[in-house]
Ligand binder design. Structure first.
Ligand SMILES: *[C@@H]1O[C@H](CO)[C@@H](O)[C@H](O)[C@H]1NC(C)=O
Ligand SMILES: *[C@@H]1O[C@H](CO)[C@@H](O)[C@H](O)[C@H]1NC(C)=O
Ligand SMILES: *[C@@H]1O[C@H](CO)[C@@H](O)[C@H](O)[C@H]1NC(C)=O
Ligand SMILES: *[C@@H]1O[C@H](CO)[C@@H](O)[C@H](O)[C@H]1NC(C)=O
Ligand SMILES: *[C@@H]1O[C@H](CO)[C@@H](O)[C@H](O)[C@H]1NC(C)=O
Ligand SMILES: *[C@@H]1O[C@H](CO)[C@@H](O)[C@H](O)[C@H]1NC(C)=O
Length: 928
C-alpha cells in the first residue's frame, strides 16, 4: 500500500486520485451516496464544498476514487480530500468540491469506487503561482493575489479581459479614546488612526481541480501615504479566498482577531475596499446598484437623465434605468444633450445599517457638498454594484449584513476615473466599538468579595480577566465581477445567494448508518409502532428549536459580536431575558446547547436548524474563545459581555462543539484551524487556574503552578482535552501521534484512580498528560467528588465517541470507570455508599444526566436501568412533561415591543432536555 498524502499547507489531508503506485486490490464494490440541497434547488451554483461520512473499514486505504454526477447523470468534476480517518486508518469523513454550473441539478450522486483510475484529474482552474503573486483563472473570472504589500487582490477581471476591480485591500480605522461626557478622554487627547492590510503570507491550497483556496494572513498597519498618528501593527487577519472552477463568484472568509487594549483601542471601521476602473465610461452610463429590502434595489446612474425637465427620449431613459448602454448621444434630444454639463453627477453613496431594523441611504456630488437623503428601509440585503454599461463593474456583498450591524457600504468617486466600493464589516458611521468592561469592578477586590457577588448577580468577576484581547470574528463576503451592468433581478438573485449560500448534505439516515459522528443519536422514528410518548418528545424538540430561533428575532440578538449567541436565563418580571445581569446574559455554550442543536440537525436534516446552528458555531468558536494572549485556548463563562466573566475554561473552547459543522461542511478551513490550535490549550493552565477561587487548599493560589501537578477536573477539563486529542487524531493533524498518546495516557491514569471519574479532580502532568490522584488523596485510597457540571460539557459525547473509535483497543478499565460514573450518578445514596463508601450528596441536572444512565443501560443491556433513565428524564428536574410547552404573546406597555414569552424556559434546560431526549431515544427508545 502506498499512501499519497501530500503535505497540505492548509492542514487538510488531501487525497489525490490516481497518484497511487500500487494497484487496487480488485475489490470493485462501490457506494453511491446522494447529496441534496439543504433548502431545495438554489437559483445559482457557483461551486460549493460539502462533507461525507464513511463507515469504519469500508475504505481501508487510499485506493479509492470519488466521482460525482448530477441526478440527470451528467459527470461533475469532483475534487475530494480526506478530513478524518478511523483508528484503523480507513476513511471516516471526506470533503468534496464541485465546480460552478450554468444549470443547477436537484442533487448529486457521489460514487466511491475502490481502486484508482490511474490518471490525475485535469483541473479546470488555471493557477499560476509566481514569485510575486498567485494568478487564478476559473474560466469565469481572473483574480491576482499578491504575496506582499497592502493589496490582497491586485486585479479582478472578467473572461473578456475587462479589469473591474483593483487594489482590493482591508481598511481599518480606530481611535485612542472616546469623548465620554464624564470620562477621562477629552477630544483633544484622542488620536485617530487609519490603517490598512499588510500581507505576511499568501499561500495556495494543494489541489485546484474544482476549487482553489488562497489564504492571506497579515495584520493592519498605518498606510505609507497616511499622515495619521502612529500605531503598532495590530488586528491580525486571515482572509481565505475560495474560487471554484467555472465560477464567476469568489467566496471570501474574513477572520480578524482583536489584539488591542479595550481602554485604548476603539475601532471605528473595518472594511474591504476595491477600486473600480471607470475610465472611458460616460457618467450617464455608470451605474450604482445597492441592495435594499427583500430583493429590492436602488437603481441609479451616476449622472441621471431621467426625470429631467427635458426628455432625452424614451430609449435613452429606459436604457439607463435598466443598466444598458444608452444610445449614441447624437440621437438624444438636443434639449438634453446640449445641457449635460448642468446635470450633477453623484460621486458618493453611503448606506448605513446601524441597527438590525433600519438603514439609511444618502448621496452627494462630492466632498464638501451636502449629502442628499435617499429614503432608506429596514433590512438591507448587503450587496452593492458599481460599474459601467461598457466597462463592466463589480458587486461585493456581506452575508448577514443587517444581522451583523453596524455595517455599511460606501461607493465613492464614482464620477472619477477610478471609483471605489467599500464594504464595512463595522461601520464608520457607528459609535466607536467599545469593548471596555460594563462596570468598574464594584470594589470586588478579593476572592471573598467576588464569590459573594456571585451569589447575587451570578457574575464571576475578577479585575483584569474581563478582556476582549484575543477574541475573534469571522465574516463571509462575496465578490462578483461583471462584464457589463447586470439586471437588477440578477443582482437580487445574487443577494439572496450570499445570504444563504447553498449547502449540500447527505440524508440523515446515511450519516447515522456510517456511525461517523456519534452513535448516540438516531433519526426520528416514524414507524407505526412509535409511541405517543416519543411523538410528544419530538414535538417538544421541535418547539424548543423554533422558540429559540424566534427569540433571536424578537429579542434582536444581532450585532457584530453578538449574532449567533442566545441568552441564558429569563427575567419573568421584566418579560425580558437577563441581558444585563451578571452570569445570566449571553449563554457562551453553557451545558452544551451546541451539541443539542447540531445533533438535532443531524437527525432531522432541517434547514432552519442548520442555519441556526451555523450562526451559533461561527459565534461561539470565535467570540467566546481566546485565540491569542494569556487565555489562548480557553473560553469564557456566560455573562453580559461574551469575554467578561473571569471563569476562563476549556469547557467553553472544547472543539466537540465545532466538530459536526467541521465535517458536514467538508472541513471548513477556519474551523479546522481552530480545532488544531487548541493542541496547546492545556498550557494555559499554567497561567489561569480555573479553580483558584474555590479550592479548599488555596495556599498555592497566585504562586507558580507545578506543570506536573495541575488541578484537572475529570469532567469539564478532561472532556475538552479528550475532544482536542480525539479530533486531532482522527483528522491526522500534524500532532496526531502526540494527541493519541496523550489521550491514552489520560484514559489509563483516570482508570487507575481508585474511584475513576468519581474522584472528581486529579493532578495533571502537562508533559505526559498523565493524571495522578488529587492532593487530598495522595495514596489513591479513593476520593469522592461528584458535581453536576462535570458531565455537562460534552463528556458523555466525547467518551462515547472515543469508545466507538477505539473499539477493542479501548482500555477496559477506562470503560468500566465511565460506566460506573454513568450508573452511579443517578443511583440511590445507598447504592453510592455501598460502592464508594459515601454518597455523592445532593446533585441536580438529573434530566440531563439521564443520558448517562441511558448509555449505561444500553451498554449493559439492563432494562431496569433503561426505565430509570426515562424516569430521570421525565420526573426529576428540568422540563417536566406537564410544562406548558408553549409560549404566550406579551404586548402592550408591559414590554418594549410585542414578544412571545415562555417564562418556564431556561437555556440550561433547553440544552440538557434536548441532548438527553435525543440520546435517550437513540439508546433506550424501546423502553419509553
Ligand atoms: C470488498 O469490500 C467489502 C466492503 O468493505 C468487504 O466486505 C469485502 O470483503 C471486500 N472484498 C475483497 C475481495 O477484498
Ligand atoms: C509571517 O509568516 C511567517 C512565515 O509564513 C511566519 O513564520 C510568521 O510567524 C508570520 N508572522 C506573523 C506576524 O504572522
Ligand atoms: C419514514 O422515514 C423514512 C426515511 O426518512 C421514509 O422513507 C418513509 O417514507 C417514512 N415513513 C413514513 C410512514 O412517514
Ligand atoms: C483561602 O481560603 C480561606 C479559607 O477558605 C479564605 O479565608 C482566604 O481568603 C482564601 N485566600 C484567598 C487568596 O482567596
Ligand atoms: C497506553 O498506555 C498504556 C499504559 O501507559 C501503555 O501500556 C500502552 O502501550 C498505551 N497504548 C498505546 C496505544 O499507546
Ligand atoms: C440493572 O440496574 C439496576 C438498577 O437500575 C440494578 O439494581 C441491577 O442490579 C442491574 N442489573 C444487572 C444485571 O446489573
Amino acid at each position: 500500500m502506498h499512501l499519497n498524502v501530500l503535505v497540505c499547507s492548509v492542514f487538510c489531508l488531501p487525497y489525490v486520485a490516481g497518484l497511487a503506485l500500487s494497484t487496487s486490490n480488485g475489490n470493485t464494490s462501490s457506494d453511491v451516496v446522494e447529496v441534496g440541497w439543504l433548502e431545495g434547488k438554489p437559483a445559482l451554483n457557483v461551486g460549493t464544498t460539502f462533507g461525507l461520512p464513511w463507515p469504519r473499514g469500508k475504505y481501508p486505504d487510499d485506493q479509492v476514487t470519488f466521482s460525482a454526477s448530477t441526478d440527470g447523470g451528467e459527470n461533475v468534476g469532483l475534487q475530494s480530500w480526506v478530513t478524518s480517518r478511523w483508528a484503523d486508518g480507513s476513511i471516516k469523513w471526506t470533503g468534496h468540491a464541485i465546480p460552478g454550473s450554468a444549470s443547477v441539478p436537484d442533487g448529486y450522486k457521489v460514487t466511491a469506487r475502490k481502486g484508482t483510475d490511474g490518471q490525475r484529474k485535469r483541473g479546470l482552474i488555471e493557477v499560476d503561482d509566481a514569485q510575486d503573486e498567485i494568478a487564478i483563472d476559473t474560466g469565469k473570472l481572473k483574480a491576482s493575489f499578491p504575496k506582499s504589500g497592502n493589496v490582497l487582490i491586485s486585479s479582478l477581471s472578467t473572461p473578456s479581459g475587462k479589469i473591474v476591480g483593483k487594489n482590493g485591500k482591508l481598511v481599518l480605522q480606530s481611535q485612542s479614546g472616546i469623548p465620554d461626557s464624564e470620562g477621562s478622554s477629552t477630544s483633544a487627547e484622542i488620536s485617530y488612526y487609519r490603517l490598512e492590510s499588510k500581507i505576511n503570507s499568501t499561500t495556495l491550497g494543494e489541489d485546484s481541480s474544482a476549487r482553489t483556496l488562497v489564504t492571506i494572513r497579515g495584520d493592519h498597519r498605518i498606510g505609507d501615504s497616511e499622515s495619521t498618528a502612529t500605531h503598532d501593527p495590530w488586528i491580525p487577519f486571515t482572509v481565505r479566498f475560495y474560487l471554484y472552477a467555472n465560477s464567476d463568484t469568489i467566496r471570501v472568509v474574513h477572520t480578524l482577531l482583536f489584539d488591542g487594549a479595550a481602554d485604548k483601542d476603539f475601532i471605528t471601521g473595518i472594511g474591504l475596499r476595491f477600486d473600480v476602473p471607470l475610465t472611458g465610461e460616460e457618467l450617464y452610463d455608470r451605474h450604482v446598484r445597492i441592495a435594499g429590502v427583500d430583493g429590492g434595489f436602488l437603481n441609479e446612474a451616476v449622472q441621471g437623465i431621467t426625470g429631467l425637465r427635458r426628455d432625452p427620449g424614451e430609449a435613452v431613459r429606459v436604457a439607463q434605468f435598466e443598466g444598458k448602454k444608452t444610445p449614441d448621444v447624437a440621437t438624444w434630444a438636443t434639449t438634453v444633450s446640449s445641457r449635460l454639463q448642468w446635470i450633477p453627477a453623484w460621486n458618493d453613496y453611503t448606506l448605513t445599517q446601524l441597527s438590525p431594523d433600519g438603514f439609511n441611504l444618502k448621496k452627494r456630488t462630492k466632498a464638501g457638498q451636502s449629502w442628499v437623503k435617499i429614503p432608506g428601509g429596514t433590512r438591507a440585503g448587503g450587496l452593492a454594484y458599481l460599474g459601467g454599461a461598457t466597462t463592466g463593474g463589480l458587486a461585493v456583498g456581506l452575508r448577514d449584513f443587517w444581522k451583523r450591524y453596524p455595517t455599511s457600504i460606501d461607493i465613492s468617486n464614482a464620477a472619477t476615473d477610478s471609483g471605489q466600493l467599500t464594504l464595512w464589516l463595522y461601520s464608520p458611521a457607528s459609535e466607536p466599538m467599545d469593548l471596555r468592561p460594563f462596570h468598574d469592578g464594584l470594589g470586588e477586590d478579593t476572592y471573598a468579595k467576588q464569590l459573594d457577588a456571585l451569589e447575587i448577580t451570578y457574575e464571576d468577576y475578577e479585575g483584569g480577566y474581563n478582556t476582549p484581547h484575543g477574541i475573534g470574528r469571522t465574516n463571509e463576503i462575496f465578490i462578483r465581477p461583471f462584464d457589463s451592468t447586470p439586471t437588477s433581478d440578477e443582482l437580487a438573485a445574487l443577494t439572496e445567494f450570499i445570504n444563504a449560500p447553498p449547502v449540500l448534505v447527505p440524508q440523515p439516515e446515511y450519516i447515522k448508518q456510517t456511525e461517523a459522528i456519534g452513535t448516540y443519536w438516531d433519526v426520528p422514528s416514524n414507524t407505526t409502532t412509535v409511541t405517543e410518548a416519543a411523538k410528544t418528545i419530538e414535538s417538544h424538540l421541535d418547539f424548543l428549536n423554533k422558540f429559540y430561533q424566534g427569540q433571536v428575532e424578537q429579542r434582536k440578538w444581532y450585532g457584530f459580536w453578538d449574532y449567533g449567541d442566545f441568552m441564558h436565563t429569563y427575567d419573568t418580571d421584566r418579560h425580558s431575558w437577563r441581558y444585563d445581569i451578571g452570569g445570566y446574559a449571553w449563554d457562551n455554550s453553557e451545558l452544551s446547547p451546541d451539541l443539542f442543536i447540531w445533533n438535532y440537525f443531524l437527525r432531522t436534516g432541517r434547514a432552519d436548524v442548520y442555519r441556526f446552528a451555523e450562526a451559533h458555531v461561527r459565534h461561539t468558536s470565535e467570540v467566546d474563545v481566546y485565540h491569542l494572549g494569556s487565555y489562548r485556548g480557553f473560553g469564557t463563562r456566560h455573562g453580559v459581555q461574551h469575554w467578561g466573566d473571569s471563569a476562563k475554561q476549556i469547557r467553553v473552547s472544547t472543539p466537540i462543539y465545532r466538530q459536526i459543522f467541521y465535517y458536514v461542511s467538508g472541513g471548513d478551513e477556519r474551523i479546522g484551524e481552530l480545532l488544531h490550535d487548541l493542541m496547546d490549550a492545556d498550557k494555559t493552565f499554567l497561567i489561569v487556574d480555573p479553580r483558584r477561587k474555590i479550592r479548599e487548599d488555596n495556599s498555592t493560589a497566585g504562586s507558580d503552578p507545578d506543570p506536573t501537578a495541575i488541578d484537572l477536573d475529570l469532567g469539564i477539563d478532561f472532556s475538552g482535552l479528550a475532544a482536542i486529542w480525539l479530533i486531532e487524531w482522527e483528522r491526522r493533524g500534524p500532532r496526531w501521534e502526540e494527541a493519541k498518546s496523550k489521550l491514552n495516557a489520560t484514559m489509563q491514569s483516570i482508570a487507575a484512580l481508585k474511584n475513576g471519574f468519581v474522584t472528581g479532580l486529579g493532578l495533571y502532568n502537562i508533559y505526559t498528560a498523565e493524571v495522578s490522584p488529587p492532593t487530598s488523596d495522595p495514596e489513591n485510597r479513593g476520593h469522592v467528588d461528584v458535581t453536576h457540571l462535570s458531565a455537562s460539557f460534552g463528556l458523555p459525547e466525547i467518551v462515547a465517541q472515543i469508545t466507538h473509535y477505539l473499539g477493542d483497543d479501548l482500555p477496559a478499565s477506562f470503560d468500566r470507570a465511565w460506566l460506573d460514573y454513568c450508573y452511579y450518578y443517578g443511583a440511590s445514596a445507598a447504592e453510592q455508599t455501598t460502592r464508594y463508601g459515601e454518597s455523592f450528596g445532593k446533585l441536580n441536572l438529573r434530566q440531563g444526566h439521564s443520558r448517562l444512565t441511558a448509555y449505561a443501560a444500553k451498554r449493559l443491556g439492563n432494562a431496569t436501568l433503561a426505565a430509570r433513565a426515562w424516569s430521570e428524564f421525565l420526573s426529576t428536574d428540568g422540563f417536566a412533561p406537564t410544562a406548558p410547552w408553549a409560549s404566550v404573546p406579551v404586548n402592550g406597555s408591559q414590554v418594549l415591543a410585542p414578544v412571545d414569552e415562555a417564562a418556564w424556559i431556561s437555556t440550561n434546560d433547553f440544552a440538557l432536555y434536548g441532548l438527553a431526549a435525543i440520546e435517550n431515544l437513540a439508546q433506550v427508545g424501546d423502553a419509553l
